[in-house]
Design a protein around this ligand. Structure first.
Ligand SMILES: *Cc1c(COP(=O)(O)O)cnc(C)c1O
Length: 233
């Protein structure tokens, strides 16, 4: 990374921000991006970083612990790493099964029991949905999620705030937009169920290749990697 790469990131950020409504949060996806470059992105005004692997995130958090960063987990989370994820992230976008949600709830229960006077950190959680079949992705279909809602609502320790959605690769723009609007409509449907412990104000959707469509459909969080940092190896 040199100063011209930094000014590229700054320029790109400026261009993208101009096109975003003020309520849309931009998350810089920094998988495979070294901590030094993330530090420069921070200097350029980024405060939200998205990582898909806990181990990689841990190491960068250690290197960047002097910065005031909000950390987002955006990749698939295995149940055996759920406790770590709760410690290391302010947001988990990729809660993709009832089993994982229940595991996270249970860990938070145990923590509350073992140290009743300590406030426990509770990350904001998005439920990952898969509205078209996609063998490469995890997540609920719309009917599955609607039928799991009562049990999810019993995970009272979880701070569920919205949905996360990733369209399959290679769709036409129309079809991609349709996945995003279906995600928005599903969030609305869930809101109408009036679950006591589930909020639905956030929509985490849109990546480098499709974020304008996601914003058009009502995204509140977009997750951008390549368009800020260049192609990954
Ligand atoms: C890698 C990744 C992104 C960013 O993708 P780009 O195409 O680099 O913008 C967003 N969300 C998830 C879940 C990812 O894994």
């Amino acid at each position: 990374m040199n100063s011209s790469q930094l000014s590229q990131i700054v320029d790109r950020l400026g261009q993208i921000r101009q096109t975003l409504p003020p309520n849309v949060k931009l998350i810089a996806v920094t998988k495979q991006v070294p901590a030094e470059v993330m530090r420069l992105a921070y200097e350029a005004g980024i405060r939200d970083f998205g990582e898909n692997r806990i181990q990689e995130a841990e190491s960068k958090q250690e290197q960047l612990k002097d910065l005031d960063v909000t950390w987002h987990l955006i990749g698939h989370l295995q149940s055996n790493k759920a406790a770590k994820a709760l410690e290391h992230f302010h947001w988990i976008h990729s809660v993709d099964s009832l089993k994982l949600a229940q595991r996270l709830h249970q860990i938070l229960d145990q923590r509350a029991e073992s140290s009743p006077h300590q406030p426990i950190q509770k990350p904001k959680i998005c439920l990952q949905v898969k509205l078209l079949p996609d063998p490469n992705k995890f997540g609920w279909s719309a009917p599955e999620l609607l039928s799991d809602l009562p049990l999810l609502d019993q995970c009272t320790n979880l701070n569920i705030v919205g949905l996360m959605s990733i369209p399959p690769l290679g769709l036409e723009p129309d079809a991609t937009l349709s996945v995003f609007t279906q995600t928005r409509d599903l969030a609305e449907k869930i809101r109408q169920q009036h679950c006591a412990h589930i909020q639905m104000q956030e929509l985490s959707m849109g990546m480098s290749g499709d974020y304008p469509l996601a914003v058009q459909a009502g995204a509140t969080l977009i997750r951008l990697g390549r368009t800020l940092f260049g192609d990954r190896a």
